[in-house]
Every structure is written in C-alpha cells, then in structure tokens.
Design a protein around this ligand. Structure first.
Ligand code: MEV
Length: 438
C-alpha cells in the first residue's frame, strides 16, 4: 500500500482524520469514533488545543495527579504531576510526608544564567577578528536594544557576549557565546531573537569594516540558537536529619539503612549503567512537574543528562553522606524553567498547576521541581535498599490488571488474599481470575 500523502497539512481536520482512518484501519468508523471520543465538547477549548501544534487530530490524555505535604523551605506545597507511570506520584507523596516530619526539604537557586550561540565560519587572521569583535561589541548591545528593552525592565537581558575560538576542534569555526538572564520566562524566543539579530549585526559589520580583507569580510553565519545546556542555571535541593531520626516502618535499623543508602548513591556515582537508571528515577519527578507547569521537558532532559556527564563520565546527579551522625542527601541540577510566557498562560491546566503551586517565580519553580526529583530518588533508593522495588510496583500493577478485567469486590478480596503469600505476575493474576470465574 502506498501511504504517502501530499498536502496533508492543508486538509481540514475532518479530512485528515478520514485519511488516517481509511489508510491505516480496517474499520475506519471505529478509528474515527476513538479519535473523536477524546475531543473536548467545548469547541473553544478544543480549538485552543488544536492550535498548540500542527496537524492535530485529537487530544492525548495523560493523568494529572497531586503529591501533597511537600515541606519546602518551611512552607507546605501540593505538587501537581503529569505522568503515565504508576507509583511515581505515590512515591513522591510518601517521601514528602516522610521528610515533612524530619525538617522538610531545603532548596535554593545557585545561578540562573542561560546561554545562546551564533556559530560562524571565518577564514582569516584570528587577531584581526578579535580586534574587530572588541570594536563592534557595543554595537551588538545597541542592535538588540529593541528586543531586550522589556526584559531589561524586568531585570534581565544580555549579560555578556564573548568571542570563542573553536578552530582547534573544527577548522575556521568561531562562536559568539552569549549569556542571558531571562527572569521568569524560560526565554527561548527572547534568546533566539537576540541571537538572530546578533548574527545579522555580525555579518553587516564584517561587510563594512576596514579590519578585514575581501575574503575575511565574507564570514559565514552557520546558525544562531540557544543552548539547552545550562550549567550555570543551577538549583540545589537537600534533605538531612540525624541518622537515628531516619527510623520508620521498614527502617528498623537507621544506621544500617543510612549506610546502605549512601552506598547505593556511591554506586550510581561511579557506575554509568546504574547512574542512568538512578537519574531516570530523579527525572520521574522532575519531568512530571515540568510537564504539569507547561515547561519543555525535552530541553530539561537534554540539559540535565549533559550535566550528569560534565566530568567526562555519566554519573549520579544526587549525592549522600553521613557526617557526625547526620545523614544528608542532596543534588544540584540545571533547570531552565519559565512561569510566564509559552504554554503557561494558554493551557488551562498549566495555569491551574501554577496556581496550586502559589504562582511561583521561575526560581521558586526550579526549587519545587528539584525537590520533587530528590523526593522521587529518595523513594526509589529507599525501596531498592529495603523491600525491593517490585513490592509496591506489583501492588499497583495488580490493581491495573484487576481494573482491566473489571474484577468484582469479591474477586478482589480473594485475589488480594492469594497474593499475600505469592508473587504477583501478569500471568498468575490472569490465571487466578479465570479460575475464579470458571
Ligand atoms: C522507575 O521508573 C525508576 C527506578 O528504576 C529508579 C531507580 O532505580 O532508582 C525505580
């Protein structure tokens, strides 16, 4: 079958759906019904969602949950989380409750600088390029003034512009390396607009300068784009308490627990295979809040993992220690987040999520996101080093299977009893349901 199509984007929404349904499904009416089942009955709200992206045919639901009782810097928060994986919200809530009676989370923003680059090729005398750059540097600021004016009023703007010589790694390759402060916005549009203007100014000034020969004047701008690597936009989250205060159900020997926990983190610090999964657990929390608050989780993911490799080897983002009888668990991660602009004022549920969080500034949101990541990591390590991760997971899994089979109350009781002493697996649950129903 030839499934190629031309002019798809120009088709009406109905025609797009008809084409998809008739091209890919044996029963097109069923496909159309499923697609439309997820439309919102409020046509204005549906249109809003349709227009977020291109070629929209329907909405793809993800659950939004809330993890309450997060004590962060002495204040309680309920954290909205959007995620498809079971156990994550429960784990966050459990960690939050646990730490709320042990001093809560401490979080602080260490830096908030964003980065963008104009990548260009210059074939000529490097000294002349450096002199030219110094001479025209004020013009870069002047040329971007109309873009930066409003941001400056809010205390942000372009912090600095430097010329970077990268010719050791790639022939004739230079950069304008630009640092920004974007206050409460993530700043992607602002940064990219500034960079494209800087690129124009660079080219125009090169054309007319007396520094360069004709060949040197023809420097070539390859691209201008922000970097999602933000190692100077860092938030720190931490929990700590006396080792003996760690005691709880499943933590009967707190000293042993703390030592094993620190050991588990040490393994993730030196072993990349473990570090990736360890950090994935952190990102379970981070991404869920990033998504709920309408931020760009791909940007966050890319930046965080690059940061985890900053010393040349992929490593744990979090760290733990016991010192003078005090257990401390912390992490520092780069997070470029916004609480204004983008989806934040458009998506009704994003607005709601931000309201639940008390309309945070971008710095406050960075703290809340980091804290959720740390809570998630604590919950995972706590399970892994005590009962194992499957106990909790399989309970959830069992519930999902029972829902799938629309198990009755009586069936649920019988099944729960059986699995008190037996290991849950998909096959064993299905077999048991089938036996019960015979
Ligand atoms: C599962 O989504 C996350 C964990 O694998 C994280 C970890 O192993 O630390 C449980």
């Amino acid at each position: 079958m030839n499934n190629a199509v031309s002019g798809f984007s120009k088709l009406s929404k109905e025609d797009k759906i008809n084409w998809i349904a008739s091209t890919y499904f044996s029963y097109p009416e069923h496909a159309i019904a499923t697609i439309k089942q997820y439309w919102n009955s409020d046509s204005k709200l549906q249109q809003l969602h349709d227009e977020f992206i291109e070629n929209t045919i329907t909405n793809f639901y993800l659950p939004m949950g809330v993890a309450p009782n997060f004590l962060v810097n002495e204040k309680y928060f309920s954290i909205p989380m959007v995620i498809e994986e079971s156990s994550v919200v429960a784990a966050a809530a459990k960690s939050a409750k646990y730490w709320s009676s042990r001093g809560g989370f401490k979080a602080s923003v260490l830096s908030s600088e964003k980065i963008g680059q104009v990548h260009f090729i210059y074939k000529g005398d490097v000294k002349k390029l450096e002199d030219f750059f110094q001479k025209i540097k004020p013009k870069f600021f002047e040329a971007t003034e109309s873009i930066t004016k409003n941001m400056q009023k809010r205390g942000g703007g372009i912090l600095d512009i430097t010329l970077q010589n990268k010719t050791q790694e790639l022939a004739n390759y230079f950069q304008l390396h630009v640092t920004f402060e974007t206050k409460d916005s993530m700043g992607a549009n602002f940064i990219n607009s500034c960079l494209e203007q800087l690129a124009k100014t660079l080219k125009a000034e090169a054309q007319v300068t007396s520094f360069f020969t004709e060949e040197e004047k023809n420097l070539q701008v390859v691209m201008s784009i922000l970097s999602n690597y933000v190692p100077n936009c860092i938030v720190r989250a931490e929990v700590s308490c006396k080792v003996e205060e760690l005691a709880e159900k499943n933590i009967e020997n707190p000293q042993e627990f703390a030592e094993k926990f620190v050991q588990a983190v040490a393994i993730a610090e030196i072993e990349p295979y473990r570090a990736v999964t360890h950090n994935k657990g952190i990102m379970n929390g981070v991404d869920a809040v990033v998504l709920a608050t309408g931020n760009d989780f791909r940007a966050v993911e890319a930046g965080v993992h690059a940061y985890a490799s900053r010393n040349g080897k992929y490593s744990s983002l979090s760290h733990a220690k016991i010192e003078n009888g005090i257990f401390t668990f912390w992490m520092e991660i780069p997070l470029a987040l916004g609480t204004v602009g983008g989806l934040t004022s458009l998506h009704p549920l994003v607005k709601m999520a931000l309201e639940i969080l008390g309309k945070p500034s971008s710095h406050e949101l960075m703290q809340l996101v980091a804290v959720t990541g740390l809570a998630q990591n604590f919950a995972a390590l706590r399970s892994l080093t005590t009962t194992g991760i499957q106990e909790g997971h399989m309970k959830m899994h069992l519930n999902n299977i029972l829902n799938q089979f629309q198990a009755t109350k009586e069936e649920r009781i019988a099944i729960a009893k059986y699995f008190e002493n037996n290991t849950v697996s998909h096959a064993s649950v299905v077999e048991l349901i089938e036996n019960l129903r015979k």
